[in-house]
Ligand binder design. Structure first.
Ligand code: SAH
Length: 340
């Protein structure tokens, strides 16, 4: 039985012809009724604990705390502006922002300055974010453009860029999603060396950088991907912590592609730091020291969990090397984002 979204996509192809991968991805993730993010909370710790995948803030509170250190340090370097627009794109369950705010509650004046903006398309996840951020004033937006705050900005996105639509090319021909004679979905062309481009993703980063150039501040994006542009097919679908076919389970599997961090920097005319590997970034921010402090106060099982979380975030065979961090900052001011 095809899912409702599969039927919608197939009908669209019958009506309008082959569909770009970007359009396919945008529907599979963001269709208002049946899109993957629109109808469910996809996060879960492991196969045994449900969900489809786990992200760094869900692995350990250390992650959001370190981003909090990064943001508060930057605010101080910026000369403690009275108002700061703290924007998170794709906040998931709101865990990162909750940990960030808790970790910075002792930074004199920071919470008074901060206005939190969340860019989130999913009504289900907005609800989770509302629960996680109970005590805080938060404003939600459909997209970054709708954030109408003219204060200096700190923009954060963890595993946001990988969810934005991208395109593939084989031999210079744009790859599309089409219907086979038997009515099943397929790629055209099917085989060959794949080159990926992500104009929506790069356009989004440029838009953020233009705002930073005009208003001051910085942005931090963390995601899985490669430092240098290359060739290869990185389109992937994850369901229940396993890779599945990208053309099946439509609306029930997460679809992403790896972020090309070299391409991301093109056309940006403000300061850039990194990209660096996530492990190096978190270590430079002091995750080791923070872990030791937490462990001193923790009991046996709890201490073990804290240590396990640290390893998952920084070890090179875990998230430490595949994930990269890149910063963009207003270079007219003498600020140096930490961690790079
Ligand atoms: N940052 C979170 C969640 C990552 S998953 C974490 O690290 O746990 C991707 C997030 O981006 C989800 O919250 C999803 O709903 C949101 N998202 C994906 N595409 C989006 C888009 N085009 N506009 C707004 N939000 C989007």
């Amino acid at each position: 039985m095809p899912s409702p979204l599969e039927e919608i996509i197939e009908q669209k192809i019958r009506d309008d012809g082959p569909m770009s991968i970007g359009a396919y991805m945008a529907l599979a993730l963001g269709h208002s009724a049946h899109g993957y993010y629109m109808k469910q909370d996809p996060f879960g710790r492991s196969k045994n604990y449900g969900g489809d995948f786990v992200t760094a803030p869900e692995v350990s509170q250390l992650f959001g705390e370190m981003i909090g250190v990064w943001a508060a340090d930057l605010w101080m370097q910026m000369g403690r502006p009275e108002r700061l627009a703290l924007v998170e794109c794709g906040p998931g369950r709101g865990t990162l922002m909750a940990d960030l705010l808790r970790a910075t509650s002792g930074v004199d004046g920071f919470h008074e300055a901060v206005h939190v903006h969340l860019v989130e398309m999913s009504p289900v996840l907005r609800e989770k974010q509302r629960e996680a951020l109970g005590g805080y004033d938060v404003v939600w937006h459909e997209d970054f453009e709708s954030v109408q705050d003219d204060a200096p900005l700190i923009v954060i996105g963890n595993e946001f860029l990988d969810a934005l639509p991208f395109e593939q090319y084989i031999g210079g021909v744009q790859r599309t999603v089409d219907l086979r004679a038997d009515g099943r979905l397929c790629f055209v062309p099917e085989d060959g060396e794949v080159v990926e481009r992500a104009p929506v993703r790069e356009g989004f980063v440029q838009q953020v950088c233009e705002r930073i150039k005009a208003q001051g501040g910085a942005a931090l994006f963390i995601d899985y991907g490669h430092m240098k542009s290359g060739v290869g097919d990185t389109f992937q679908a994850i369901k229940g912590h396993e890779y599945v076919d990208v053309l099946s389970h439509i609306g029930d599997a997460d679809l992403t592609s790896h972020v090309d961090f070299e391409a991301l920097q093109k056309g940006v005319d403000i300061g850039i730091c990194g990209p660096v590997c996530q492990g190096d970034f978190l270590r430079a921010l002091g995750i080791g020291l923070r872990t030791r402090t937490l462990m001193q106060k923790a009991e046996g099982k709890q201490a073990l969990a804290i240590e396990k979380g640290l390893h998952r975030l920084v070890d090179s065979d875990q998230m430490g090397v595949l994930f990269k961090a890149v910063g963009f900052y207003h270079h007219d001011k003498p600020i140096a984002p930490a961690g790079f």
